[in-house]
Design a protein around this ligand. Structure first.
Ligand code: FAD
Length: 432
């Protein structure tokens, strides 16, 4: 996978860990007794818990282009989730460790450390309980959460950031006052700017309006919409995706934003998106009539970040053909043949989406090849199939897009074929 530990990832971790690292010299000298060690651990988990939580909040801004140094929005979300999950565990440990440390003095001291009536302590508990309530669905404690409900609840965890800051500002004395002020206000500023961008600016100014001008159905449960800009035209690269929000009152999914990859070529005047019926909102898109107004936000993603100086292998699964379709359309319009092997994994002949268009393009490219993998005939994609149809697979740059089971199978099979992880780029159609 590209950008395994890129500069941006390192920079985020450095910023997130900095307050705790700077606090270490102030905790170190007193570590001569177990009680002091527990106390120091209690403090450091509090500091790192808060700094990781603030960095997780700072990453949720979704400014178009900000995600690219991270390898795309899906990779950025993964980092956001990792920071949030570690912060959650650290913040759970924080009061317990402090109370264990106080238990070295007396049981009363331990209980009053845990349940002090000081306002700062109360804010801390409110923040922690709220965080538990808002993050529990992210950990799947109550089964797979319904996406929109999860998103709504997850948004509220921003409140816990403010409460945790209040708690720290009133109670923490580990770092010298000026240093604590500089560190926490810098991280708080990053987090609050990100949240304000996301929930205020992006909502009103960060989206462009488009109208549906054409509706086609490449298969029974798939629709391709052509969208014409009402004002500003979006500039993007093939393989990127947008958030689409239908502005159709009474329509299921009204005002619900969903990510869809652009299947059009970047130099087309209009945008195109191909949508498969995978749930309520995407099902409703199948019946969107011409003239419907939609809001577009983006572009996001970094699927085809670089042009590798080697032939490419594309592996598409079902609707995961969309980023490749954008590249094909771009090359056809530019009259620039590609050097690519596409393995399109489909259930059967009726599920071979955009078949005529793809066959037409590949017939005109002497150095390219199109292979269709029919599940009903071949079974799941495997190493033997890939090796047979694409013997030089190990020398290619490989891009895979499709449902999660296919991604996992393809990763295994490609690794067994000798494709190094650094030459394999994947796009998941799942952000949670
Ligand atoms: C980067 C990316 C690119 C995508 N490109 C395409 C595409 O080109 N064509 C296509 O048909 N589908 C694409 N998808 C998938 C599409 O976003 C989901 O199918 C759609 O959001 C499902 O919503 P639903 O309400 O119909 O189904 P639901 O039953 O509500 O959701 C089904 C699953 O889709 C995911 N999902 C639901 N809502 C959202 C949301 N708002 N944001 C992110 N994920 C969500 C969740 O994992 C959920 O479990 C893409 C997804 C991602 C992340």
């Amino acid at each position: 996978m590209r950008h395994p530990k890129g500069f941006s990832h390192v920079a985020v971790w450095v910023l997130a860990l900095l307050p705790g690292v700077l606090a270490l010299p102030f905790l170190w000298p007193s570590l001569d007794q177990p009680r002091e060690v527990l106390n120091a651990l209690g403090r450091i988990t509090g500091i790192w818990g808060l700094s990781l939580l603030l960095m997780a909040a700072a990453l949720c801004c979704r400014v178009p282009g900000f995600d690219r140094p991270f390898g795309g929005l899906t990779k950025l979300w993964q980092l956001h989730h990792r920071l949030g999950a570690i912060a959650f565990l650290l913040l759970l440990a924080h009061p317990l460790l402090l109370s264990f440390a106080a238990a070295g003095i007396s049981l009363d001291a331990a209980v009053s450390t845990l349940f002090s009536s000081q306002p700062a302590s109360v804010w801390g508990w409110v923040a922690l309980l709220a965080l538990m309530a808002f993050m529990a669905p992210s950990f799947g404690f109550f089964g797979e959460p319904e996406y929109q409900r999860w998103k709504w609840l997850h948004r509220l965890s921003g409140v816990t950031v403010i409460l945790a800051l209040l708690h720290t500002g009133l109670l923490s004395r580990t770092l010298p006052g000026w240093l604590a002020w500089v560190l926490w206000s810098t991280l708080a500023l990053l987090a609050i700017s990100a949240l304000s961008y996301r929930w205020l600016y992006a909502r009103w100014r960060g989206r462009s309006s488009y109208r549906v001008t054409r509706v086609t159905h490449p298969a029974r449960d798939v629709v391709e919409l052509t969208l014409a800009p009402e004002r500003q035209r979006l500039s993007y690269r093939s393989g990127q995706f947008i958030y689409l929000t239908p502005d159709r009152v009474g329509h299921i999914g009204h005002r619900e934003e969903h990510p869809y990859t652009l299947s059009s070529a970047p130099d087309e005047q209009d945008l195109r998106v191909a949508i498969k019926d995978l749930g309520d909102a995407s099902h409703a898109m199948l019946t969107v009539p011409e003239g419907t107004r939609l809001w577009v936000e983006g572009p996001y993603g970094d699927f085809f970040a670089s042009n590798p100086a080697r032939p490419e292998l594309w592996v598409a699964g079902g609707i995961g053909i969309t980023p490749f379709l954008g590249r094909v359309r771009e090359a056809v319009r530019a009259g620039r043949p590609l050097q690519v092997h596409l393995i399109d994994c489909v259930q059967d002949e009726t599920r071979f989406l955009f078949a005529d268009e793809l066959k037409g393009a590949f017939e005109g490219w002497p150095d390219s090849q199109l292979t269709v993998h029919y599940f009903y005939r071949e079974g799941p994609l495997n190493q033997a199939f890939i090796k047979r149809v694409c013997p030089d697979v190990a020398d290619r740059a490989v891009y895979v897009c499709g449902p999660l089971p296919l991604l996992e199978r393809a990763r295994e099979a490609l690794s067994a074929c000798g494709v190094p992880a650094g030459r394999l780029v994947t796009e998941e159609f799942v952000l949670l």
